[in-house]
Design a protein around this ligand. Structure first.
Ligand SMILES: Cc1ncc(COP(=O)(O)O)c(C=O)c1O
Length: 463
């Protein structure tokens, strides 16, 4: 399992070696601290230079609230609008076609869609089992307004969607109604990349499409001149680590006018009157950005995007692809002396149409599952940062872990579980089954040593 073996197997990794130099120069704190960071789906890492450049902007400029037209306000507006343009450029989105709404994070972007999408009785919200909870949560807006909510399952072992089921679901669009279809470009559980071609196919059948790009965007090219979803939520810290607290909803202008906000706030209106009890919404993104945007941090978005552009999203993609392939093939080959495989990976075990996260559970030599929490505790002791649990993706988790709707109904209908259910109670309910998994995710500045250290750790679990 040497570096030479890896390079022989994944020769294209060599084309990404500039990232090793970048890591030494711009992320040196990672190695100084002796941290093996393997939670890129949770959050990306920032370069020292991003922080320095941002600090320089703050130290050299004078910025006021952008809701005015005085010089310091205009200075802030210029940087915010420049950042907005840089987001469109990064995703190759035509400004005549798409607008960017700054939000707190991807969840904030999803909430904008959920609360403003004009669901009504008989309308449809269609989504895959494989979705983050912030996409699942939109169903509550749909239910409240009498729309129908339909889930399309994913199937083991690869955790992809059976397209014939999806076709059938698309065929149930309400003619002339509001039909919203939501799916992740990349699963934050299994890392499956669901086809971007679904966007056009769903459009042709009368659906608006919400493409959750939060897990996809950090290491894949999303070209919005080629694929044209209506709503794209994402979080910037997942792409380049800094700053946290800013996301975006990239929205197709044709469908932005469809969204009706349930309230107005400072910054979202042209005119609002107290005595006249009337308000007029602003045009475009302004109607969706409540109050004052984070105008001191938004300039760091442009700096972060330039940083990624300099490295090249294709180089990042290739690096992640090679390291994931190596991780998968070595992890799935590990066996106890009894012949029992050490790990069971949920999702594809080849690198085709998948991203850089590997979700798995670990088993002892008798085939008994090892609690994912104890794997995390052991990893913590050797400074390996992993993620455990269900990663806010319960639909994928239920399929992966074999938790049936009957078991869930029995658990949720217990009188003591009517209002509250702790995770420990839930574990008791599902009676010995794993309630979560371990996720190892590689990203932009992961190197071969990081993956090797994890594999050595895993080897240490073999009995
Ligand atoms: C696929 C996906 N969607 C949405 C989110 C929510 O992102 P945030 O927590 O930044 O709002 C995440 C976060 O992990 C994610 O992976």
């Amino acid at each position: 399992m040497s570096y030479q073996d890896f390079l022989a197997k994944y020769p294209s990794y060599k084309s990404t070696l500039a990232i090793d130099e970048l890591r030494a120069a711009d992320y040196s704190r990672l190695d100084r601290a002796g941290q093996v960071y393997l939670d890129y789906t949770g959050g990306g890492l920032y370069a020292d230079s991003q922080v320095r450049q941002h600090q320089q902007v703050l130290l050299e400029g004078v910025f006021g609230n952008p809701h005015s037209s005085n010089p310091t306000s205009l200075a802030a507006t210029t940087l915010v609008e420049s950042a907005r343009e840089s987001v469109l450029r990064f995703f190759n989105a035509d400004p005549d076609e798409y607008d960017v709404i700054f939000t707190q994070n991807a969840s904030g972007a999803l909430k904008v869609v959920g609360e403003a999408y004009p669901f009504g009785p008989g309308d449809q919200y269609l989504l895959t089992f494989d979705n983050h909870n912030s996409v699942n949560g939109i169903r509550e807006f749909a239910h409240a307004r009498g729309a129908e909510v339909t889930y399309v399952p994913v199937s083991l072992p690869d955790m992809r969607v059976d397209e014939s089921m999806l076709e059938q679901a698309w065929d149930k669009a309400r003619p002339g109604g509001n039909n919203l279809f939501a799916y992740p470009a990349q699963s934050n559980f299994s890392s499956v990349q669901h086809p971007l071609e679904w966007i056009e196919r769903a459009h042709a059948k009368g659906w608006d499409v919400l493409l959750d790009a939060a897990a996809f965007a950090p290491s894949n090219r999303l070209d919005l001149s080629r694929f044209k979803p209506d709503f794209v939520p994402l979080s910037f810290y997942k792409i380049f680590g800094y700053p946290t607290g800013i996301g975006a909803l990239i929205a197709h202008r044709d469908n932005l006018h469809k969204l009706h906000r349930p309230w107005f706030a400072g910054g979202t209106i042209t005119v609002a009157s107290v005595q006249g009890d009337k308000y007029y919404m602003a045009e475009g993104h302004a109607a969706f950005e409540d109050g004052t945007v984070d105008y001191l941090n938004i300039p760091a978005i442009e700096i972060g995007l330039h940083h990624i552009e300099r490295i090249g999203i294709d180089a990042i993609h290739e690096r992640v692809r090679c390291l994931t392939g190596w991780l998968l093939e070595n992890l799935t080959a590990m066996r106890h002396s009894t012949g029992v495989p050490l790990a069971r990976v949920y999702g594809p075990t080849s690198i085709e149409k998948r991203g850089g996260a590997v979700a798995a559970n670990f088993f002892d030599q008798n085939g008994q599952a090892i609690d994912h929490r104890s794997i995390e505790e052991a990893a913590n002791k050797v400074n390996i940062s992993l993620r455990t649990g269900c990663f806010c993706n319960p639909g994928a988790g239920e399929i992966a872990l074999g938790i049936s709707s009957m078991e869930l109904a029995a658990c949720f209908s217990q009188p003591t579980h009517e209002q509250r259910l702790s995770l420990d109670d839930f574990r008791l309910c599902i009676d010995g089954k794993s309630s979560g998994a371990v996720r190892i995710s590689v990203g932009m500045v992961t190197n071969f040593d990081d993956v090797q250290k994890f594999l050595e750790f895993a080897q240490g679990l073999v009995g």
